[in-house]
Design a protein around this ligand. Structure first.
Ligand SMILES: Cc1cc2nc3c(=O)[nH]c(=O)nc-3n(C[C@H](O)[C@H](O)[C@H](O)COP(=O)(O)OP(=O)(O)OC[C@H]3O[C@@H](n4cnc5c(N)ncnc54)[C@H](O)[C@@H]3O)c2cc1C
Ligand SMILES: NC(=O)c1ccc[n+]([C@@H]2O[C@H](COP(=O)([O-])OP(=O)(O)OC[C@H]3O[C@@H](n4cnc5c(N)ncnc54)[C@H](O)[C@@H]3O)[C@@H](O)[C@H]2O)c1
Length: 474
């Protein structure tokens, strides 16, 4: 049984960016909270995903910018050792002391160990010394355990101990020959970063016919062109059928479905994620122990009676993005506090409405790919009266000042019935800061006739908005 010190209003299992945020909001709402973490507070995002990957990509982006500006020249290739050293700084050398202090300053109680449900409102923690600590929640338990990389069932692949995002982002010695499986954000970002940092022979095996298949087709086409120009070997319609690595850590041979094979120093899988629900005691509360935990718009697990279990972030499978998980966490922490105090729990801020409209996302490659809302094909499939307009970003004054030979494209998807934007995509250099304007327009459903009066400054790349609206007939 939990002793008096181990009873909290809210228990959060998993101290990634999402779990930390739930605790912060619940305490802000007047509750007490405990946060359980088995590895590093800060989660995948801080040490093996968003932060280190962007630290590896930023110099690549800058170098590309320099190469497009006459009069500027890099003195030599990118100094990979310096980049890796800076990467180590950005991940605090894998020391989570700063994150633990943040949690304690909330103030919330930090509990190091592996957490699992042990029945309604009960969690059991296996502590690093092998002991067990039982925590009891008065109001809610929140699962924020994130996700793990999915490794495809290719004969010999698991035995070859492939790299996942963890090894790729914490790389110490960049392999010269690299094979990457996948064409999503992980595969694209890490292929470009590692290629620029020394993986001279980088081959991407893409089972479909484009990169970033969930985005507008032109985004993947621009990216593929950029990869091919830089020397990355992108093979479409190709999958590995067998992998061999006879000597652990030695060269790896990848047999491909066209009968050819590649020898490489390392193989990286970027083939999606699985919700981290293994061995967290879901069966003790009647939930199935595989797949994302389904939740309602207040983040409550839909299949658990009495409404005390919540799930936020990657583990609920809504949108596997840090900012969307943290948004869900704000909803979740606030709604738990409201319910605990018997306050109205159905205010607009206490419901997730952003996930369904389409999350904003930036793929930090060169070119950058920024998306929010629906693509044209998604909007059509959802039954909207769609009008889609595109514009060449290279024709915008701000863009051609930005770089010689600026290549980029933008697209807006409009709901003709309501005259609001359903989705926007930008692909090109230095487009990242255009995204939030698009997010405001899409999520707040700003009518096009009002958007027309949001005049973009000259000569900025934002003038793309003017041209897209003109294409819509304004
Ligand atoms: C290479 C890569 C790059 C990415 N880049 C971006 C990006 O640029 N922008 C973006 O928005 N998203 C990005 N993402 C996605 C982002 O990393 C995730 O969406 C985000 O980390 C999810 O946060 P989370 O808190 O739900 O899970 P996590 O960050 O995975 O944290 C979950 C935490 O729970 C802990 N845990 C798990 N089980 C238990 C247990 N039983 N007991 C105790 N603790 C437990 C884990 O140790 C972990 O610390 C990237 C992902 C990858 C793989
Ligand atoms: N900058 C960012 O926002 C960013 C960066 C990295 C990751 N993420 C997020 O993290 C999550 C994971 O990213 P991801 O790229 O691993 O997953 P993903 O699901 O986005 O892409 C997986 C890719 O692997 C391919 N694939 C899947 N199974 C395969 C198989 N058996 N054989 C060959 N190919 C296979 C798919 O066709 C796809 O191209 C995503 O939700 C992504 O949005 C975000």
């Amino acid at each position: 049984m939990a002793d008096g010190n181990d009873v909290f209003d809210v228990i959060v299992i998993g101290a990634g960016p999402v779990g930390e945020t739930v605790a912060g909001r619940a305490v802000r709402g007047g509750l007490t909270a405990a946060v359980v973490e088995e590895r590093l507070a800060g989660g995948e995002c801080a040490y093996y995903a968003c932060i280190p990957s962007k630290a590896l990509l930023r110099p690549v982006d800058l170098a590309a910018e320099v190469s497009r500006m006459p009069g500027l020249e890099l003195r030599g290739p990118i100094d990979a050792a310096a980049v890796l050293a800076r990467r180590d700084e950005t991940v605090s050398h894998l020391d989570d002391g700063g994150q633990v202090s943040w949690i304690e300053n909330v103030p919330a109680t930090f509990v190091r160990g592996r957490g699992r449900l042990a029945g309604p409102l009960l969690a059991e923690v296996t502590t690093p010394d092998g002991g067990t600590r039982t925590l009891r929640a008065r109001h809610a338990v929140v699962i924020a355990t994130g996700s793990d990389p999915a490794v495809p069932d290719v004969p010999g692949l698991r035995e070859a101990r492939p790299w996942t995002n963890r090894e790729a982002t914490s790389v110490q010695q960049v392999p010269k020959r690299l094979v990457v499986i996948g064409a999503g954000p992980v595969a694209c970002e890490m292929s470009q970063a590692l290629h620029a940092l020394g993986a001279q022979e980088t081959t991407m095996l893409v089972r479909g016919d484009r990169l970033l298949a969930r985005t507008e087709p032109f985004a993947g086409e621009l990216l593929a062109k950029s990869f091919q120009q830089s020397g990355i070997d992108v093979r479409f319609g190709r999958s590995p059928v067998r992998v061999e690595r006879p000597i652990p850590g030695g060269p790896v041979t990848v047999h491909i479905d066209d009968g050819t094979r590649i020898e490489a120093d390392e193989i990286l899988v970027g083939t999606g994620r699985r919700a981290a629900v293994g061995d967290i005691g879901l069966e003790t509360v009647g939930l199935q122990a595989h797949g994302p935990i389904e939740v309602d718009a207040s983040m409550r697990a839909t299949s658990v009676p009495d409404g005390w279990l919540y799930a936020v972030g990657d583990v609920n499978g809504r949108n596997l993005l840090t900012h969307m998980g943290k948004y869900q966490a704000r909803v979740c922490g606030d709604v738990i506090a409201a319910r605990a105090k018997g306050l109205p729990d159905d205010l607009p801020a206490l419901r997730d409405t952003a996930d369904d409209r389409g999350a904003p996302q930036v793929i930090f490659t060169d070119p950058q790919v920024c998306v929010v809302g629906r693509t044209e094909s998604q909007a059509r499939a959802d039954g909207f009266a769609v009008r889609a307009v595109e514009y060449d970003m290279g024709a915008v004054a701000g863009a051609f000042l930005q770089a010689d030979g600026y290549t980029g494209r933008a697209k807006a998807v409009v709901d003709e019935d309501r005259r609001v934007l359903l989705g926007v995509t930008f692909a090109g250099p230095a487009v990242v800061d255009l995204l939030h304007g698009a997010t405001v327009a899409v999520t707040a459903e700003v009518p096009l006739d009002r958007l027309w009066h949001a005049v973009p400054a000259f000569p900025t790349v934002s003038e793309i908005w003017l041209y897209l609206l003109e294409e819509c007939g304004l």
